[in-house]
Ligand binder design. Structure first.
Ligand code: UDP
Length: 326
């Protein structure tokens, strides 16, 4: 049984991926400093509370644990925060990754799946976006991911460290049966905020309805976190069977507007979402939709749980459990 180190495995996408990896028969160890993740997302015997900056501890963990490959999620993800605190983002996301890569080199671990983002494309010149679109990030967050992707290209050639970078579009949904879902603090993502607006009765602000889209609100490609997790498993299996370094978009190829998501939430929950329309949020491109052909062709991936109804239903179930648990 291959042992896989999942960094950031106490976070949202990391914890779902760790869960799906175990369903596929992998042995998982998690490294997380718990600065943003949650202890309750990981079984205690799998959790190592360690900073990505601690190269020696990561080396030791990989060497003694006989780790075969790494899936690297540990990073800060809030675009707005990254523009206010760029040093924090470059330090955590870039230096943390360099430290991990050094530890991998020392421990002789040569396979990595890296958690990247559609934010590497910035405001794309055309949609759907394919992987050969240029890097044009518009935030320190996006830039930090570009930088790591570039480092990985060099290490693939110079060190034989084979990596797959997965560029996520809008991760959402939950796995309520596993007790996993979105619990960011503060929460900034659309679907949990819509659900909480209903629960709390306080309006959510829609960030602009004057975009050049059919209903004036932004269009995004929403991908269920479980489908995203499956993409990591396929990427890992490809690397473990000798596959080359590559990059893939992970999205469905279909876009939905903010208002379409809001109406779906109303349909699933059976209540109106209180909302107001506010100003545009800085840095929001009108339309972000993936061209996922490469991932489908190369790794045989296809989304199974990413209809908007399935996503919202799973998120609502999780939100209710979370609220009941206090
Ligand atoms: N959005 C919104 N109000 C909110 C949060 C998000 O109108 O309180 C919009 C946002 O402008 C974007 C979409 O919902 O068009 C998805 O935003 P989210 O922050 O979930 O993901 P992002 O696209 O930024 O990765």
């Amino acid at each position: 049984m291959s042992r896989i180190l999942v960094t950031g495995g106490a976070g949202y996408i990391g914890s779902h991926t760790a869960h799906v990896l175990m369903e596929h028969g992998f042995d998982v160890v998690v490294a997380d400093d718990l600065s943003r993740g949650h202890r309750h997302n990981v079984a205690p015997e799998r959790l190592h509370v360690v900073s990505m900056q601690d190269t020696a501890a990561l080396t030791e963990l990989m060497t003694t644990g006989r780790v075969e490959a790494v899936i690297h999620f540990a990073a800060y993800i809030a675009v707005g925060e990254s523009t206010r605190e760029p040093e924090l983002y470059f330090n955590n996301n870039l230096s943390g990754s360099l430290s991990l890569l050094t530890a991998m080199q020392r421990a002789g671990v040569k396979r990595l799946v890296f958690s990247s983002t559609a934010a590497v494309y910035g405001n794309p010149m055309s949609v759907p976006i394919s992987e050969d679109a240029p890097f044009a990030p518009v935030s320190p967050y996006g830039e930090s991911k570009v930088m790591v992707e570039k480092v990985l290209r060099w290490l693939s050639d110079l060190r034989g460290l084979k990596s797959v970078c997965l560029r996520y579009f809008n991760a959402c949904g939950a796995d309520p049966a596993a007790g996993l879902g979105e619990e960011h603090d503060p929460e900034t993502h659309l679907i949990p905020l819509l659900l909480r607006a209903i629960r709390a009765g306080t309006p959510i602000t829609i960030f602009g309805d004057d975009y050049d889209t059919p209903d004036g609100t932004c269009i995004r490609d929403y991908i269920h976190v479980r489908d995203l997790a499956e993409a990591h498993v396929l990427a890992l299996e490809s690397l473990l069977s000798g596959g080359e370094s590559d990059v893939f978009n992970v999205g469905t190829g279909s876009g939905y507007s903010v208002m379409e998501v809001l109406r779906t939430v109303e349909k699933i929950v059976g209540k109106r979402v209180p909302y107001t329309v506010g100003a545009r949020r800085e840095g929001d491109p009108p339309v972000l939709v993936a061209n996922p052909d490469r991932l489908q062709r190369s790794l045989g991936w296809s989304p199974r749980s990413s209809s908007l109804e399935t996503i919202v239903r799973s998120a609502w179930e999780f939100e209710q459990k979370r609220a009941a648990a206090g």
